[in-house]
Structures are given as C-alpha cells and as structure tokens.
Design a protein around this ligand. Structure first.
Ligand code: UD1
Ligand code: UDP
Length: 356
C-alpha cells in the first residue's frame, strides 16, 4: 500500500482534489493523507467545499495565511516539512500553482520524497505572476507531471523535460471531472438574482493589486451592468479588501463567495462569463458559455484558438466591447480539449503504476 500525502490550501485546489480523492478511495492500493495549509480559511472559501464535495477532513490542518509571499511560503515550508517527517509518505501530490503548491513541493523535494504535480506544464510566460513562478518551480522538482492539455506537454518539451528522468503524462483536466460529476447537484444561491445575468469573478493579483487596472475593470463592470445586462459577482475576499482600500464602488449584483454547487448553477444559468480566474475560464466552456477573460495572457490557450474565450486585459473599452459581442453566445466542446472527465481515474492509475 503506498502512502500519498496530498497538500492543498486554496479554493480551486479543493475542487480539483475532490475528484482525485474520490478515485483514490475507490482503490485499495493507495492510502491518502490530506494536509490543508490554511491558505484559504473562511467557511465559504474552504469548509463548504469539504462538505459539498465529500472531501475527507484534513488529517493535518495548518493555519498559515496572509503576510507576504515569502513569509507565507516560508512558514508553509517549515511546517509541511515537519508533517512530512512525521507521516513519512511515499509521495506527495500537489495541485496547480498557489503558494501552498510550491511550499509542499519544495518541502518534499528537500526530503527526497517524490512529487506528483497535477496541472503541470501550464505557462502564461509572464514571470510577474506569482502563479507562474510557483508552477515553473514546482514542475522542476516533480517526477510525475500530470498535464491537462497537449499545450502543457508541449511547454514542458520546450523546456527540455523529454530529456529528464521524469514522466510527463497528458491525463486531461480534473476540473472537467468535477464539472461533470457535480453538475447534477447544481443549486441556486440563496440570494435574489436578476434574470439574464452575466457571471463575473475577479481576484487575480495582477488586476486587484494594480490600482489602474482595478479601477478600469470596475468602471467596465459598472458600465456593462448599467447598459447591457446585470452582473452577478461572487466577491473574493482579496478583491473586497482592495476595492475598499482604493475607495472604488462596484455597482453590480455582489454576493459572497458561493459553494461549488451554487457556482455550477450560476455557470449553467448565465448568459456570459467575465473573469480573470483560471478555473472559471474552463468552466464557462464546460457549461457551453462564451468567456471574456480580463487578463493579458491565459494558460488555457486552446480556448482562445477554439473561439470560446476572448482575452481583453484590463482595458475598460475592450471589456465592454467584448461583453457586447459575446452576450448570449453559446460554445461547444467538439474537440474534447480537456480529456472528457476521466483525468482523476488516469492520475490514480499512473500513481499506482509508478509504485511510489
Ligand atoms: C490564491 C492564489 C491564486 C489563486 C487563488 C484562488 C497564490 C499566490 N495565489 O490567491 O493563484 O487563483 O488563491 O482563489 O497562492 N482571504 C480571506 N479569506 C480567505 C482567503 C483569503 O480573507 O478564506 C484574504 C487573505 O487574508 C488575503 C487575501 O484574501 O488578504 C488573498 O489571499 P491569498 O491566499 O494570499 O491569495 P489569493 O488572492 O486568494
Ligand atoms: N468558485 C466557487 N465559488 C465562487 C467562485 C469560484 O466555487 O464563489 C470555484 C470556481 O467554480 C472554480 C474555482 O472556484 O472551480 C476557481 O477558483 P478561483 O477562481 O478562486 O481560482 P483560480 O482558478 O483562478 O486559481
């Protein structure tokens, strides 16, 4: 029986890990220990996902959040190392590109514990993004690199991974597994919502921490809400703080962050998705909706090539034009870009094959 220690800490990681944990439980060959770093800690940013998605309670609960990137990552590194020494896993499993991902991978690599990385190979080629640093470094110290897309495999090949003693495997995207698995449990948020709404999310540091970009996006959203269609926006705590700090007014239908079942309902019922989230770009696609992405680059370039997603950056005029062009537009996944919902199964089968 191999012992795998899963390290998660931020909202999207709970959603990704839920389907892999479920696949692990259906298998006798792996024992999973879950470590939650505490990076996200509000009930509606963390607990709700464990409850809704039936994720086993963390065996190890750290309480590390806030502070600078270095401080947060450093504290995680020290405390994860202790947990690894105590629990002696055969391998660790990390997801995506947050500070919890990098801290977990680095703590394990320093102890010579092999690292499996889910969502390996994604690149924005923008080293100003904390996520880009986290994912590049995590890939460098992983030996099982689970890529969601052919572009991710290509990115790793371009960085010379084909010549390293590691396995680069295209397994599909675990977020498609989650979307398919939980779609039936969609449930409307408790809030009173307008008809024909646009679903928006906004939280990335490159937008929220840059006052000009944030002001421009807020102006665009206010304009769209007033002239095109009502916007429903579950507001990330980071954005709530920064909007208040900069004295901005977001005049759209703001709601608190919602659980995954409510998010899936919103995705299913909206007329358009407007976002800077990585995960939500793909979920728009899984639910057949066009997406306007308020970033300068995306790691999910196949959505752009398929005409499902438009990249507009933070420019007020471009955001408004793209929303007008795309409202109500449906998109179709004819090419099965993300593996069709079997990524978790493939990951578990590869973990078993690897033996450690
Ligand atoms: C993190 C990830 C980002 C990911 C996002 C998912 C890094 C560097 N960034 O960004 O890649 O897209 O998670 O949502 O790891 N906060 C709360 N309550 C919470 C969670 C956060 O109040 O439950 C506050 C924090 O105290 C902090 C701010 O929100 O002030 C940002 O949180 P942090 O985890 O540092 O970064 P995210 O923006 O959430
Ligand atoms: N999500 C959610 N509730 C919300 C907003 C987002 O459940 O109020 C889900 C969303 O459906 C997706 C994931 O959180 O599965 C995306 O996380 P986020 O946008 O925070 O991070 P990113 O994907 O950009 O790293």
């Amino acid at each position: 029986m191999q012992r795998i220690l899963t390290i998660i800490g931020a909202r999207p990681q709970f959603i990704k890990a839920s389907v892999v944990s479920r696949a692990i439980q259906q298998n006798d060959g792996i024992e999973e220990i879950i470590l939650h770093t505490g990076q996200h800690f509000d009930a509606n940013m963390s607990d709700i996902f464990f409850n809704q998605l039936n994720i086993p309670r963390p065996d190890i609960q750290l309480d590390i959040h806030g502070g600078s990137h270095g401080e947060m990552t450093g504290r995680m590194l020290a405390e994860i190392e202790q947990a690894l020494l105590e629990h002696k896993p055969d391998r660790i499993l990390v997801y995506g590109d947050t500070n919890s991902t990098l801290a977990g991978a680095l703590a394990a690599a320093k102890l010579h514990i092999p690292v499996a990385h889910v969502e390996a190979g994604l690149r924005s080629f923008n080293m100003q993004m904390p996520e880009e640093i986290n994912r590049i470094l995590t890939d460098q110290i992983s030996d099982l690199l689970f890529c969601p897309t052919s572009t991710a495999v290509q990115n790793l090949n371009n960085e010379g991974f084909a010549h390293k003693p590691v396995q680069v495997l295209q397994v599909g995207d675990v977020m498609q597994d989650s979307a398919l698995l939980f779609a039936e449990q969609a449930s409307a948020p408790a809030d009173d919502l307008p008809e024909g709404f646009i679903l928006a999310t906004l939280h990335r540091a490159e937008n929220t921490d840059n006052p000009e970009r944030l002001a421009s996006i807020v102006a665009a959203l206010n304009n769209i809400n007033a002239t095109l269609a009502p916007i429903v926006l579950p507001l990330h705590p980071r954005t709530r703080k920064l909007i208040a700090q900069h004295g901005l007014e977001l005049n759209v239908h703001l709601i608190d962050p919602v659980g995954y079942f409510e998010m899936v309902w919103l995705l299913d019922h909206c007329e358009l998705v407007l976002t800077d989230s990585g995960g939500v770009q793909k979920e728009a696609f899984f639910f057949g909706k066009a997406c306007v992405t308020m970033r300068d680059q995306t790691e999910w370039v196949e959505l752009i090539h398929a005409g499902a997603n438009e990249l507009v950056g933070a420019d007020q005029g471009k955001i408004i034009d793209a929303a007008n062009r795309n409202l109500g537009r449906k998109v179709q996944d004819t090419l099965q870009l993300y593996g069709g919902g079997r990524a978790a199964e493939r990951i578990v089968s590869e973990l078993l094959k690897a033996g450690i």
